[in-house]
Design a protein around this ligand. Structure first.
Ligand SMILES: *[C@@H]1O[C@H](CO)[C@@H](O)[C@H](O)[C@H]1NC(C)=O
Ligand SMILES: *[C@@H]1O[C@H](CO)[C@@H](O)[C@H](O)[C@H]1NC(C)=O
Ligand SMILES: *[C@@H]1O[C@H](CO)[C@@H](O)[C@H](O)[C@H]1NC(C)=O
Ligand SMILES: *[C@@H]1O[C@H](CO)[C@@H](O)[C@H](O)[C@H]1NC(C)=O
Length: 396
């Protein structure tokens, strides 16, 4: 890195660090102060889009009164996943207050939204076009072909430069396909497609699939180990486990609530799983480091890898290893050095074939996460996100 760039990074970091606490806003609490947007706020919570907004450094939220919000809900066929798409499109990733809106260069601009940031929408799909119409009206539309200018500026609700701006608009911003969402109706098929065939077969043969399915109405977050996880060193042999233990193990892989990945990042306390007892046995703990989320079972930690589906209130995520509850597998870490783990003899260095990553990787990952205790996780998260932003800005 050039010296100038380095200096820029250090300077920016020094200037910005003291402002870190400002980022800890709570959009739900703020909107609670405005009863006109009660319905909008309710869906923001139900779909957990609030967690994504809270994690952002600069957002303009285009809110709707109960009338326009009801029509959005109808347009989405009441599908929570469809409503979630729309709410993400209404969350712009830039700060616009009335002055900035009325002073747009050339009278128009395109801006990114959370819809795009989800990675499930390509290119322009998540862009919102803001245009000054004649007569001082400001209109908002999807930048997709056929986007209509039904939505216009009504009033500014709250401005916190340059962190959060809340603006009421007159109608929902929509486009053809906005409400199309993948469906979680057949978990088995989803899991098979996502490389979790062995997990899919196990939940079917033990009947735990039914337990998952009956939780799906209210909320379900499923952590599915990929096929390789069953062969990893230290993984339990599911074929020889007593069946009651196996059922508990599989139930342990699901939460009875909807917690997509951005929301998992916000919890650092133990969460109930489908296996949890009243006394909190078989709870699981989330550990966050920057953009990485891992689950701590008390025995080991497993990285949350990919989102297979986010179909509010059901969410399926893959994990790198089986989640082994301390209640079943004791506190002897599976990853603890065993004779087999002793450093490989010298020839392996010269060996052309790459070493198998999972066993070698796991202990160091676990150690990384151990440094991070719940209390400092939030602060580190903000700083990490900021540092990432600075680096990408400087390196552009
Ligand atoms: C945000 O505020 C709401 C309402 O006051 C509260 O229920 C919720 O727990 C808060 N969320 C966070 C992340 O603090
Ligand atoms: C936004 O839409 C208006 C009207 O269709 C168009 O004239 C303008 O070029 C668009 N703005 C951008 C930045 O694409
Ligand atoms: C779900 O998908 C699996 C695998 O593709 C298939 O065997 C099964 O019949 C499907 N179940 C339903 C209820 O459609
Ligand atoms: C288990 O999780 C629930 C829900 O978060 C929590 O209320 C309870 O205190 C936890 N119990 C233990 C022992 O961690």
């Amino acid at each position: 890195m050039a010296t100038q760039q380095f200096v820029a990074v250090v300077l920016l970091a020094c200037i910005a660090l003291p402002t870190a606490p400002v980022w800890g806003l709570n959009i739900t609490a703020i909107l609670n102060g405005y009863p006109d947007y009660k319905m909008f706020n309710k869906y923001l919570s139900e779909t957990k889009v609030c967690d994504e907004i809270n994690a952002r450094e600069s957002v303009t939220l285009l809110v709707l009164g109960d009338g326009p919000m009801s029509s959005l809900v109808l347009d989405a066929d009441q599908s929570l996943a469809g409503i979630k798409n729309a709410l993400r499109l209404h969350s712009l990733l830039d700060y616009f207050d009335p002055r900035k809106l009325h002073g747009l260069t050339d009278g128009t601009t395109l801006t990114d939204s959370l819809y795009q940031a989800g990675g499930d929408a390509a290119g322009k799909m998540g862009n919102v076009n803001i245009t000054n119409l004649r007569g001082g009206k400001v209109a908002f539309s999807s930048a997709n072909p056929g986007g209509k200018y039904d939505a216009t500026f009504v009033k500014a609700i709250k401005q916190m430069p340059y962190k959060l701006s809340i603006i009421e608009i007159s109608a929902p911003i929509e486009f053809d396909g906005l409400f199309d969402t993948p469906s979680a109706t057949n978990l088995t098929r989803l899991l098979e497609k996502a490389g979790c065939k062995r997990f899919a077969a196990l939940i079917a043969s033990t009947g735990v699939l039914k337990t998952y399915e009956s939780a799906m109405d209210k909320g379900l977050t499923l952590f599915a180990p990929n096929d390789d996880a069953f062969d990893a060193k230290g993984a339990p042999d599911v074929k020889t486990m007593p069946s009651a233990d196996l059922v508990t193990l599989l139930k342990y892989h699901a939460l009875p609530v909807y917690n997509p990945k951005p929301s998992l990042k916000t919890v650092s306390r133990p969460l109930r799983t489908l296996a949890s007892t009243a006394s909190g046995k078989y709870n699981i703990t989330v550990v966050t480091k920057g953009d990485d989320v891992a689950l701590d079972t008390g025995v080991d930690k497993s990285r949350v890898a990919a989102t297979v589906i986010d179909d509010t209130p059901v969410c399926v995520l893959t994990v790198d290893s089986l989640l082994m509850p301390v209640e079943l597998f004791g506190d002897a870490p599976a990853a603890a050095p065993s004779p087999d783990d002793a450093p490989a003899p010298a020839p392996s260095v010269a060996d052309a074939s790459p070493p198998a990553p999972p066993p070698a990787d796991a202990p160091s990952k676990a150690a990384d996460h151990k440094e991070l205790k719940a209390s400092s996780a939030a602060a580190l998260r903000s700083v990490g996100a900021f540092a990432a932003a600075v680096f990408s800005t400087v390196l552009l």
